[in-house]
Design a protein around this ligand. Structure first.
Ligand SMILES: Nc1ncnc2c1ncn2[C@@H]1O[C@H](COP(=O)(O)OP(=O)(O)OP(=O)(O)O)[C@@H](O)[C@H]1O
Ligand SMILES: [Mg+2]
Length: 329
């Protein structure tokens, strides 16, 4: 299978702002290493999950991929094309192919506009050549795609007349309207009622299957990732520590951090997780190590050589891990 997106060694450091205590540390500039050399390969037409704890850099990575912020270094290759430095028309052309669905359906759609106009907005921008009839047809079709039926009725509603789940469907329909090749959904169901999370994720999954859209699903919730994902990448402190197919990673987690994440899940559909492989992490509140393996201080297996950073290595069938435990010698 072809990679539609390749993130190559991307770094993004945010300066930690000066404050009233800055005089204590003259000349010292500090940075938050939000992304510290991320490499990620996303297969076309599949649903890839990006999982990691709060602050691990997931949203920052999404924003860098969509060119909402620029990385400090590294490259983003989309459809074989390096888009890291693109501007103007070329950047616009990329933006037409990549869409984001946000966590909060309340803030991502305009409360003063009818559903019809909310969805029409991006079509007006990217498909200027469409006739009014083509626009209307497209709007009703995407409402159907997210199961807001009858679409003619939903098109006339205002956001306050919709439930949270329906609003998130509108946001999905809106991103779908410009026929993107890739959608990044950043915690799209975490603000919704648990009972409807599955439905919304099913819709996202169907988009990938029916429209051949590549989806990156960002979450810190492993249980929902099982419902929708084909592949998974695990992020810890600005790095990908493990990547592979969902089945391979869940049945044979290699990185001690992934093992600890799976250990924390007590869902019935995780019964096939090999409990021999799960570990308890230590020093829960310790900060990630500055050099070497970032999981060093929390890892029950840390060794001397972990002070030198391990690289992501393929351990077979595209299951990659950055950990010395699996070195042959
Ligand atoms: N614009 C910014 N300026 C300074 N620091 C930032 C900025 N954006 C993000 N950060 C920091 O970078 C780190 C990664 O943030 P990010 O939002 O990417 O995490 P996340 O994995 O999406 O977390 P969550 O699961 O809570 O959404 C955090 O420590 C955050 O405080
Ligand atoms: Mg986030």
């Amino acid at each position: 299978m072809r990679n539609i997106l390749e993130v190559q060694d991307v770094k993004k450091y945010f300066p930690i702002g000066t404050n009233v205590f800055s005089f204590l540390y003259p000349g010292k500039k500090e940075y938050k290493k939000a992304l510290d050399g991320v490499s990620l390969y996303i297969q076309e037409g599949r649903v890839s999950v990006l999982v990691g704890e709060s602050g691990s850099g997931k949203t920052t990575l999404a924003r860098v991929i969509l060119r909402a912020i620029d990385p400090d270094s590294g490259s983003i290759i989309f459809n074989g094309d390096n888009i890291t430095k693109k501007t103007g028309k070329e950047l616009r052309n990329f933006r037409k192919q990549a869409q984001m669905i946000h966590q909060d359906p309340y803030s991502s759609i305009n409360p003063l506009m009818k559903v019809f106009d909310i969805i029409k907005e991006p079509i007006d921008i990217f498909y200027k050549e469409y006739s009014d009839e083509e626009r209307t047809k497209k709007i009703l079709a995407v409402l159907d795609d997210v199961s807001l039926k009858p679409s003619t009725v939903f098109a006339e509603k205002y956001p306050h007349m919709l439930s949270g789940g329906e609003r998130q469907r509108v946001a999905i329909a809106r991103s779908l309207s410009i026929e993107p090749k890739i959608i990044i959904a950043d915690e799209p169901v975490s603000m919704l009622d648990v009972s409807i999370r599955g439905q919304i994720l099913q819709i996202v999954k169907q988009l990938s299957v029916n429209h051949k859209i590549t989806v990156i699903y960002i979450t810190h919730d492993l249980t929902t990732s099982r419902l929708i994902g084909d592949e998974i990448s695990v992020m810890y402190a600005g790095k990908i520590v493990e990547s592979g197919s969902i089945d391979s990673v869940f049945s044979n987690p290699l990185h001690p951090y992934t093992q600890a994440l799976l250990d924390a899940v007590s869902e019935p559909n995780f019964q096939n997780v090999d409990k021999e492989k799960v570990v308890r992490i230590k020093n829960f509140d310790s900060a990630p190590a500055e050099t070497g393996c970032k999981f060093f201080s929390r890892c029950p297996y840390s060794m001397d050589k972990c002070k030198i950073e391990p690289r992501l290595e393929n351990k077979g069938q595209n299951h990659t891990v950055s950990c010395y435990l699996y070195d042959k010698e």
